[in-house]
Design a protein around this ligand. Structure first.
Ligand code: TRH
Length: 392
């Protein structure tokens, strides 16, 4: 197991505000919540997380109280970002996640504290090569004496890195080495603790247009049992169409041929990690589950968040190039062809059996890739170092 060096780079008296506007789905709050927790747990910082949508937040953190405008969880002060709640002293470090635009009054207040503030725009993750040259760029405010810095997560050395908790590798190794932990986890989902002979377990988290029907066909006709676990509300149309009855929500079980589909509740973030660790293969999407699946060290396929005019394709290709560079040509081509078909919706090209014939290679590659990512400086650490330098 790789143990990462402890750092003592933080001044615990430094305060942080993280602003998160939920556009849709769970990735925005998923990333912000993970970062906020890590800043508290590993850097001992005082963090307020502002969310404009507590319902989305509650999906990944069930203890959220929908009626509380101020609450604490895991040492993070969680505030409802709403008109009337913003009369506060701005923090030393202010993170606006994904260009969510800080409230005007809050920005004005930053100029009146008599203190220095560091204003960060935390961008979306991309593997594209231009990211390194934009990371850390300053954008002076057109009127006020404030500067905003662009902080880019990324895979390359001179980017902001990825969110990776220091104890992640140890927690994953403990889970995988401990059959009781695994048994308890599967049983908590109402599933048998051990896979049946030859069974493969797959988690499926995808967007509406994913050609899941063709996967279901391949799995149901396959020569080995497949248990596919899908979070409630995901791929409901495809499940209903394939099994010929409505997808009625969590707990439901569907069977056809070799395929069993189980609808799971949305899991709390740490339990979702366990699902990714415990499955033989993971389908993930967006930004945060995409990173967690890589860190899980399991073979995976990514569905990128689709953007207007196909702007997501270069991002997808840039990732495939770095992820596949260590694979033999035939395995690399299998991953690329499958991922492209999964993202374009071209069911005819989606060849599960071809992809799965590379299982052994994909499994060892996934472990190497996870270990490679875990060794790098993580996003929270590089963000703290960056902000400390600007605060000086
Ligand atoms: O929900 P997403 O599609 O979020 C997307 C992306 O972030 C995208 O880049 C952004 O533009 C868009 O939102 C607005 O997928 P993502 O990023 O994987 O986020 C899902 C979060 O939910 C992540 O933190 C993992 C978490 N999760 C759980 O905690 N439990 C679960 O059971 C599942 C399925 C997910």
């Amino acid at each position: 197991m790789h143990l990462r060096q402890e750092t003592s780079i933080s001044d615990p008296s430094t305060s942080w505000d993280i602003f998160c506007a939920v556009i849709d789905n769970y990735g925005d709050i998923g990333v912000c919540w993970r970062l906020a927790r890590q800043l508290v747990a590993e850097h001992g910082l005082k963090v307020r997380l502002w969310s404009d949508n507590l319902s989305s937040f509650k999906k990944i953190c069930p203890e959220i109280d929908l009626d509380a405008s101020v609450q604490f969880s895991r040492g993070v002060e969680i505030r409802l970002w709403a008109e009337g709640n913003l009369a506060v002293m701005p923090a030393d470090i202010v993170v606006e996640a994904f260009a969510c635009e800080l409230p005007q009054a809050y920005v004005a207040a930053m100029t009146n504290t008599g203190r220095k503030h560091v204003w960060i725009n935390l961008e979306y993750l991309s593997s594209e090569s231009w990211v390194a040259s934009h990371h850390g760029h300053a954008s002076p405010h057109p009127r006020l004496p404030l500067t905003k810095y662009f902080f880019f997560p990324g895979f390359a050395q001179n980017t902001g890195g990825l969110i990776v908790e220091k104890d992640l590798a140890a927690r994953r190794a403990y889970f995988l080495a401990n059959s009781k932990e695994q048994r308890d986890f599967w049983e908590s989902l109402g599933l048998s603790s051990t896979a049946s002979k030859d069974e493969i377990r797959i988690s499926l988290f995808c967007y509406e247009k994913a050609p899941a029907l063709s996967l279901f066909s391949a799995w149901s006709e396959g020569s080995y049992p497949v248990l596919c676990m899908i979070p409630e509300g995901v791929a409901t149309r495809q499940v209903s169409d394939f099994f010929g009855r409505p997808c009625a929500g969590m707990g439901n079980l569907y069977k056809k041929g070799s395929l069993t589909v189980r609808v799971l509740p949305f899991l709390e973030q740490d339990s979702y990690d366990k699902l990714l660790w415990g499955c033989d293969f993971n389908f993930v999407r967006g930004e945060d589950s995409f990173v967690r699946a890589q860190l899980a060290g399991r073979p995976m396929v990514w569905q990128i968040y689709p953007q207007e005019g196909g702007a997501h394709w270069p991002k997808l290709e840039a990732f495939l190039d770095i992820y596949c560079s260590g694979l033999p040509l035939s395995s690399s081509s299998a991953v690329k062809v499958f991922t492209e078909a999964w993202n374009s919706g071209e069911a005819g090209v989606l060849n599960w059996e071809n992809l799965w014939s590379h299982r052994a290679v994909l499994e060892s590659h996934a472990i190497e890739w996870a270990n490679h990512l875990i060794k790098k400086e993580d996003l929270a650490t590089s963000l703290v170092l960056f902000c400390n330098n600007k605060l000086k």
